[in-house]
Design a protein around this ligand. Structure first.
Ligand SMILES: [Zn+2]
Ligand SMILES: [Zn+2]
Length: 713
């Protein structure tokens, strides 16, 4: 049947939401009936949901049953939902939502209703199930993804809810995709290795300033519309855009007119006291915390203010006794900070300029730069080819101006595409569908960094290989294909095989030429939403060619972290390390950072790196001053001679034995974000931190389990 219109646009677009519907296993629940556990059959549920939702759409009636079903999907009313026919579901409510929404939409679509009605259905589902935030966000999502999804539905056979949810919700085990693993068509050969290349080189010497210095930049997420002082918490999923403080608006530090104190003014008072007086024996606080809006007070509001100020005092003056600091109220300043914001905000331009300025100020010798993608902001329902191209051009110009004459090797991030995350097969044509415009654009603006041969494959599909000096080769791959919300996987689950075959060939050529290789890519294998079949095949290549792969460099997670690849056949052998450069953006709940590596000039393995970051809370207190950056050396912090796989293997075991050490790694991983440090890292967080280091392929938890045994011993 010929299909048109928005078709499945919403069904998929809604699951781009960065705030997943969590399975809630919450205590103190009002239970339905006498049992805390409810069993649901997804096959029955999706049909019934569609019947009830049809009444809503056609006779405008919200039946009691529909309300109940929405509660099952959305509310924490139920202690546990078990979906009997999706037994491995890690987030049953999320899986059930995917199945119900997808089924209902596909069924409406198959009845041949017109585009306007389908669009209404899409927006109504989005609003009913609170999947997209505001009505405008729902509408924009539908409009953005409509052409691409219409194409996919029209040109894909047997597109069923189980398969759709299996791919897009892979990390939650929402559907069966085992057959996709079996069908994976890449033909791998055993590599021909030189006789001396069967293992890593002997232990490396400690870093020196004469080593190869590699700057790693990643995840800038420039927000061209960032407005200092705009709402940083809003109904949309990402905020910090909107009305800038008008000229005659309230001043930054307060206002002579009838205004009380913004939060940062109070923080500044406390900071100034701390800065000037190291010895304070006690503090008297003589009351009045709450603002002057006496006609607006409430018990809850006053309690919050008292708590907020108490926390400020406790943090600033740890010796302060609680009873001295227990009364008060402030008007928190909720606007987006000048240098960024821990809440859902991307980077204003001046923050990105400050990053490159700081690098230039601190490092006169940089041999080359790896940029591992994500230039465009997170407003995925607002992107356009023109807007994305402009951001890519702007950031490219910033780099060229800041680092003239320094080789820079870039890869695309998932956010560079429009619609976001979607990288179409090369034979797909059409506006807002094909990815050709993106490859051509980077082929133009990145051309001065790359030789002709590299530009040819870059223009084709966004990947390339470049031979550098002294036997090092950089292989840049476009692995955004593997991301779970690259909806082209629904259309063709193996179209990226060609690139993996190319990668195998490139690694074989490098082996024959006795070269060492750095692989740069955007999405790390420890991203649990990286399509399993891709991750499995990629891991095979990394293992087979590990003697010549000296390092892998990723971005995407925004965390300052690393992953170790172990041999699948012999999990005791640490083979390779993938480094993650963190992010320049503060999205979400992070400090901004950059990294500089020192690599051995013979083996090209990383000997050490420095990560630089600054405290965003403090920086935003003084928007007229540049942030104060600070750094740590990884090797120095952990007493390592080098960062070889073998040394890191020992370190990981150390982490498993020593919770304090693991906690210190977690603090660095979240880049000392106040927002995260204030939440702390409990037992579950620590075990996830540990397992993230060794997780490189969906479904393989061998190393994780091994480490957890040590952790709990
Ligand atoms: Zn990113
Ligand atoms: Zn990304």
């Amino acid at each position: 049947m010929a299909l048109s219109g928005i078709k499945l646009a919403l069904v998929f677009a809604i699951f781009l939401s960065p705030s997943p519907i969590k399975a809630r296993l919450i205590d103190n629940l009002v239970t339905m009936g006498h049992n805390d556990i409810i069993h649901v059959n997804a096959g029955d549920f999706e049909k019934e949901f569609h019947a009830e939702f049809t009444k809503y759409e056609t006779v405008n009636e919200t039946t009691n049953r529909l309300s109940d079903m929405i509660q099952i999907l959305r509310d924490s009313k139920y202690k546990m939902v078990i979906v009997d026919d999706i037994p491995n579901a890690k987030d049953p409510q999320r899986c059930l939502t995917c199945r119900a929404v997808t089924y209902s939409f596909l069924t409406f679509n198959s009845t041949g209703v017109d585009d306007d009605f389908l669009e209404k259905v899409a927006v109504d589902l989005c609003l009913l199930l609170q999947l997209g935030g505001t009505e405008n966000v729902c509408k924009d999502q539908v409009a953005t993804f409509k052409p691409m999804m219409a194409y996919i539905v029209k040109h894909t056979e047997n597109i069923l809810p189980d398969r759709i949810c299996g791919i897009t919700q892979q990390s939650f085990e929402c559907g069966s995709i085992e057959d996709l693993y079996e069908e994976f068509p890449v033909a791998f050969q055993e590599p021909t290795l030189p006789r001396n290349a069967t293992s890593k080189s002997s232990p490396l010497t400690h870093k020196s300033r004469h080593n190869l210095t590699i700057l790693h930049l990643t995840d800038f997420h420039y927000d061209p519309l960032y407005a200092v002082g705009s709402a940083a918490e809003c109904k949309e999923q990402i905020c910090c855009r909107g009305n800038v403080v008008p000229h005659n608006g309230a001043g930054f530090w307060g206002d002579y007119r009838g205004c009380d104190s913004p939060w940062h003014t109070l923080e500044n008072v406390v900071e100034e006291i701390k800065r000037r007086y190291s010895k304070i024996d006690m503090i008297y606080f003589t009351g009045d915390i709450v603002d002057h809006f006496y006609w607006k007070t409430s018990t809850e509001g006053n309690k919050k203010s008292i708590t907020d100020l108490t926390e400020l005092f406790k943090k600033a003056f740890p010796e302060c006794k609680e009873q001295i600091c227990c009364r008060g109220n402030v008007v928190p300043h909720n606007g987006a900070g000048f240098w960024g914001d821990y809440r859902g905000c991307d980077s204003p331009w001046h923050t990105l300029e400050n990053v490159v300025e700081e690098i230039k100020r601190r490092y006169s010798k940089i041999d080359m730069i790896y940029f591992t993608g994500d230039i465009v902001d997170h407003f995925y329902w607002k992107t356009s080819t023109e807007g994305n191209k402009k951001s890519i051009t702007d950031l490219t110009e910033l780099f060229k101006k800041a680092f003239p004459g320094i080789a820079l090797y870039p890869v695309l991030g998932n956010h560079e595409a429009h619609p976001s995350n979607t990288f179409a097969p090369n034979d797909v044509e059409g506006e807002n569908i094909s990815t050709r415009w993106l490859y051509e654009h980077i082929g133009d603006v990145w051309s001065e960094w790359l030789p002709q041969a590299a530009l040819a494959t870059l223009r084709e599909s966004g990947y390339y290989s470049v031979k550098l000096y002294n036997g090092l080769r950089v292989i840049a791959i476009n692995n955004n294909f593997c991301y779970h919300t690259n909806y082209w996987l629904l259309h063709n689950s193996s179209y990226f095989a060609q690139q993996l075959e190319w990668l195998q060939e490139a690694l074989q050529l490098a082996t024959t030429a006795k070269e060492k290789v750095h692989i740069i890519s955007h999405i790390p294998s420890n991203e649990r939403d990286c399509f399993g079949p891709w991750a499995r095949e990629y891991r095979k290549l990394v293992e087979k060619f590990s003697p010549i792969i000296s390092g892998i460099f990723n971005g995407h997670t925004h965390e300052d972290e690393f992953n170790v690849f172990y041999s699948k056949s012999d999990p005791s052998k640490a083979l390779n390390v993938a480094w993650n450069g963190g992010s320049a953006t503060t999205f979400a709940y992070f400090n901004s950072n950059f990294r500089l590596y020192y690599a051995d000039l013979d083996t090209f393995e990383v000997l050490d790196y420095d990560t630089w970051w600054y405290n965003l809370t403090e920086a935003n207190l003084t928007p007229d001053k540049k942030p104060t950056w600070q750094s740590y050396s990884f090797a120095k912090e952990y007493g390592l001679q080098s960062l070889s796989p073998a040394n890191l293997d020992k370190l990981i075991k150390d982490f498993a034995h020593n919770r304090d050490k693991l906690f210190s790694y977690w603090k660095r991983k979240v880049k000392y974000s106040d927002a995260q440090l204030s939440q702390g890292c409990n037992e579950q967080c620590l075990t996830e931190t540990l397992c993230d280091i060794v997780f490189v392929e969906h479904g393989d938890n061998t190393k994780c389990e091994e480490l957890l045994k040590i952790f709990y011993s």
